[in-house]
Design a protein around this ligand. Structure first.
Ligand code: 4AD
Ligand code: MG
Length: 464
């Protein structure tokens, strides 16, 4: 059987050759002349293939006339040039076989042409069949391959960091516990406390919030590494930017300072934007048409221009002078909220900003302290419409400075292995974490992060 993907067929020059395709019916429409026009998709591209089935087919009445959205079919026919609008080729069917029926077309949960994204989240197992989720899935996959290609071309090694860990890298306490103890009736020790000695690892363990600490150990041996995998945060934030399970890309470079880090972040993002624009033109055209009319031009513009760089201190002055009434207060020493980040990126600059050198009190223990004694060499990349898409820093490579921070947080013992990295051949090093789904939303213009991952996990909802 000469079975061909739809994307390949659509690019083939039609010479009357016989072809076989397998896929699903998007729609069927009949002409008065006894012809059925079937739009067929197989997910390999945005466009559907037009199939024309005529009443001369044996099973025209019994099968073709029953086809509706969602039927799985196999079609054999002749590939010809199309005179219709919107497609260059079409298949004149000589054989239409129903592979899988739709039980009750009236009840097919996604039969209607347009559904709200909110509704589609309730049928997350069927939503990949829609135009929008087909497009998101392909862009997501392209983005992932581009990430690996980018790093591979630059000699970064992919390191697989553990998902189960004992440390809270970000120190925010947003951890999911991993335990084999009976949660409702855990064993207690003499002091009446939960006896973690009886747990699987004989201590408390969690799902990782970031692979960074482990990535640092590999960067200080392989020079340039990156992680790319799922991370977990039990943040109780029911927002359009937070997931409990999300994917993060974390490059880590030895012999690199904050400037090198910022340069990598900009170069990396720009590369990804260009790759998606080039490789997923069809899907991006859909987003521009249906989701966010500016998505495409904005991305093209950003891919060609440089990111703004700004110090946290300068951003605070700008926010204070903006005259905007923000919900949350702004003053030096406070963390920026999403509304502030968005004002800076969207209204003030109009393109991504790399914000640097934050107050040390609001940042994680591993960030390198600056000479001013007040700030750390941190950086966040803020994107218009989204806010923070990357968070990173130069790491504290000086053992004595790191020790003071660990001691203040009671982490000295637990992170003794991490101290080894500063004891033996320490070197300046830097890295960042890019929120994969946030970048996907930035690229596509999709609003809710729950639509950027196949099966979203958020507070009080993980039904699939
Ligand atoms: O800024 P964060 O917390 O940085 C770290 O975890 C560092 N250890 C990374 C590093 O330096 N290697 O998280 C990094 C990025 C954020 O900028 C954001 O894009 C994304 O991860 N992120 C989330 N995305 C979806 N849902 C959540 N709950 C997220 N929390 C963070
Ligand atoms: Mg952050």
């Amino acid at each position: 059987m000469n079975k061909i993907d739809v994307v390949e067929l659509l690019a083939t020059s039609p010479t009357g050759q016989t072809v076989t395709v397998q896929g699903w019916v998007r729609s069927r429409r009949d002409s008065k002349a006894g012809l059925s026009f079937i739009a067929l998709y197989d997910g390999t591209c945005f466009d559907t293939l037009q199939v024309i089935a005529g009443k001369t087919l044996d099973n025209y009445q019994s099968d073709v006339q029953r086809l509706s959205s969602g039927f799985a079919v196999q079609i054999t026919g002749t590939l010809v040039a199309s005179e219709g609008q919107g497609q260059s080729v079409e298949v004149q069917a000589t054989q239409v076989t129903i592979v899988g029926e739709v039980d009750d077309p009236e009840q097919y949960p996604i039969a209607k042409k347009r559904h709200t994204f909110e509704y589609l989240r309730q049928v997350a197992h069927l939503r990949p069949r829609t135009n929008a989720f087909g497009a998101i899935s392909r862009v997501r996959s392209t983005l992932a391959s581009s990430i690996h290609r980018y790093f591979s071309e630059r000699r970064f090694q992919w390191v697989n960091t553990p998902l189960i860990t004992t440390s809270d890298c970000e120190g925010a306490g947003e951890l999911f516990r991993v335990s084999t103890l009976d949660a409702l009736n855990p064993p207690k020790n003499d002091a009446g406390k939960v006896d973690f000695d009886k747990d699987f690892f004989a201590r408390e363990a969690y799902l990782t919030v970031s692979g960074q600490l482990n990535a640092e150990s590999y960067a200080l041996a392989l020079s340039k590494v990156y992680t790319f995998g799922p991370t977990f945060r039990a943040e109780n934030s029911n927002t359009s930017r937070h997931l409990a399970e999300f994917w993060m890309v974390e490059p880590e470079m030895a012999f690199a300072d904050l400037d090198d880090n910022a340069a990598l972040a900009e170069d990396f993002l720009t590369y990804l934007f260009k790759a998606v624009l080039e490789e997923r033109e069809d899907d991006m055209a859909f987003f521009a048409q249906r989701i966010d009319k500016d998505a495409l031009t904005r991305l093209q513009h950003v891919a060609e221009s440089s990111f703004e760089r700004m110090d946290y201190s300068e951003a605070i002055v700008l926010l204070e002078k903006s005259g905007k009434s923000f919900e949350y207060p702004v003053s030096w020493g406070l963390d920026l909220q999403s509304e502030h980040e968005r004002w800076l990126a969207e209204e003030h600059v109009g393109r991504p900003i790399i914000l640097q050198n934050y107050p040390k009190e609001i940042k994680a223990f591993y960030m390198r302290e600056n000479d001013d004694g007040k700030t750390v060499a941190a950086m966040d990349v803020l994107a218009p419409g989204i806010g923070e898409i990357i968070g990173g820093s130069q790491r504290e490579e000086r053992l004595s400075v790191l020790d003071a921070k660990l001691a203040a947080r009671g982490l000295t013992e637990e992170l003794d292995w991490y101290r080894d990295l500063r004891r033996y051949g320490s070197a300046p090093h830097s890295g960042f974490g890019m929120g994969f789904e946030r970048v996907l939303n930035y690229i596509t213009g999709m609003e809710n992060i729950r639509d950027a991952i196949p099966f979203p996990r958020v507070p009080r909802s993980a039904p699939f």
